[in-house]
Design a protein around this ligand. Structure first.
Ligand code: IPD
Ligand code: CA
Ligand code: CA
Ligand code: CA
Length: 274
């Protein structure tokens, strides 16, 4: 079976398993800090996807948030970048607004992206160069918008950081309004659908954006870090995505005027680390 169809099928099945057990008690653990949670469902979902991919395609490689492939250093061959539950805090607190996110890359080239909004049974998917869909419906090319008449999304945390507030506060202030959804993958999906015009955040890991990246690019979004550079799919990155016009406005009028500060933050926090 074509990799794309296989991926679609195992993601939909994994989502159904989560939906069917949504009322069961979950085991919650903390990771790097008290607000960084992981549940047995995050781990079981990654394990399930890992086993299915490995038994069908033993030569493929998998980088997953919950432990698989942490030694992967290059993009050769077929690489699956997997976030079994993106939006774990939403999963724990709301039992909705979370997604399974997978990006598949072949020798470093984009192949396919999937963001599955599990509780709403909405599969955002894209085949690089061929288009993007929400379930069966093709997603439309994005229309240009400007910040003052746009809804954008970001994580409010960045407004509270002394160094970053000088960049983030004016953006939030000058937008029509700002949303915080709590799932980076769904933030990408929302931009792809055109219900938000841009998404900006200071730090995402490869599994947060690998799937969404391919979907938004298929509808004409511009995807860079906050210095206007291409994302490296094996490293943590800052993120700036949006339709062409708003991306240009945000990059040139809000981010690049702070280039020395952003360069410093990127060098200290991201480059060479993931
Ligand atoms: C998180 C979510 C959240 C984003 C964080 C991510 P997780 O992923 O995408 O929206 O702000 O940076 O870590 O941990 O729920 O998979
Ligand atoms: Ca996590
Ligand atoms: Ca994530
Ligand atoms: Ca996750």
């Amino acid at each position: 079976m074509e990799i794309y169809k296989f991926a679609y099928q195992i993601i939909a099945e994994a989502g159904k398993v989560i939906r069917d057990s949504i009322d069961e008690e979950i085991q919650i653990e903390t990771k790097s800090n008290p607000n960084d949670l992981v549940t047995n469902i995050d781990k079981e979902t990654e394990e399930r996807l890992f086993n299915q991919i490995m038994s069908t395609y033993p030569e493929h490689r998998i980088l997953g948030e919950e432990g698989h492939g942490k030694d992967i250093q290059d993009t050769s061959g077929v690489l699956w970048i997997v976030d079994p539950i993106d939006g774990t805090l939403n999963f724990v607190h709301q039992q909705e607004n979370f997604a399974i996110s997978i990006g598949i890359y072949i020798d470093g080239e984009k192949y396919a992206g999937f963001v599955y909004d599990v509780m709403n049974d909405k599969m955002y998917h894209a085949l690089a160069g061929k288009g993007a869909w929400l379930n069966e419906e093709p997603l439309k090319p994005l229309k240009d918008t400007e910040l003052k008449t746009s809804l954008i999304s970001t994580n409010p945390l960045w407004l509270t950081k002394e160094k970053l507030s000088g960049i983030y506060v004016p953006i939030v202030d000058n937008s029509r309004s700002t949303r915080a959804y709590g799932s980076a993958a769904l933030d990408f999906a929302n931009v792809a659908k055109g219900i938000t015009s841009a998404y900006l955040t200071m730090r995402l890991q490869p599994w947060d954006f690998a799937g969404g990246l391919i979907i938004v690019e298929e509808v004409g979004a511009v995807v860079t870090n906050q210095l206007g550079e291409q994302l490296n799919i094996l490293e943590a990155n800052s993120i700036l995505i949006g339709n062409k016009a708003i991306h240009n406005e945000l990059l040139n009028e809000y981010f690049l005027p702070h280039k020395p500060l952003l360069e410093q933050i990127h060098t200290e926090r991201f480059r060479g680390k993931s």
